[in-house]
Design a protein. Structure first.
Length: 119
């Protein structure tokens, strides 16, 4: 069983950067794929990025490719989402999740961290 806690959200101006962290506890972290998702008010949850257990393969949504970078440090049981060139449409609650593959299923979720981007 993995427990996930996100941090690093906040308010930033358009064009700025934030780095989200997701700290995991549990013995299965290093064998799990990890993903970052987001959900804006009135919108469906969107898979933003995902990474395999080894870090050797990644996935990015078209909306963030080239601006966001997912990475993980298995020694620290942490996965990161570096977000650059932020846009107001990136405003959402961001969640990390652990899964079987980068395509899911994602079975354990964090509580979320709010990201707000002002114009």
């Amino acid at each position: 069983q993995v427990r996930l806690v996100e941090s690093g959200g906040g308010l930033v101006q358009a064009g700025g950067s934030l780095r989200l962290s997701c700290a995991a506890s549990g013995r299965t972290f290093t064998s799990a794929a990890m993903g970052w998702f987001r959900q804006a008010p009135g919108k469906e949850r969107e898979r933003v990025a995902a990474i395999t257990w080894s870090g050797g393969s990644t996935y990015y949504a078209d909306s963030v490719r080239g601006r966001f970078t997912i990475s993980r440090d298995n020694a620290k049981n942490t996965v990161y989402l570096q977000m650059n060139s932020l846009k107001p449409e990136d405003t959402a609650v961001y969640y990390c999740a652990s899964g079987v593959t980068t395509n899911g299923p994602f079975v354990t979720w964090g509580q979320g961290t709010q990201v707000a981007v002002s114009a």
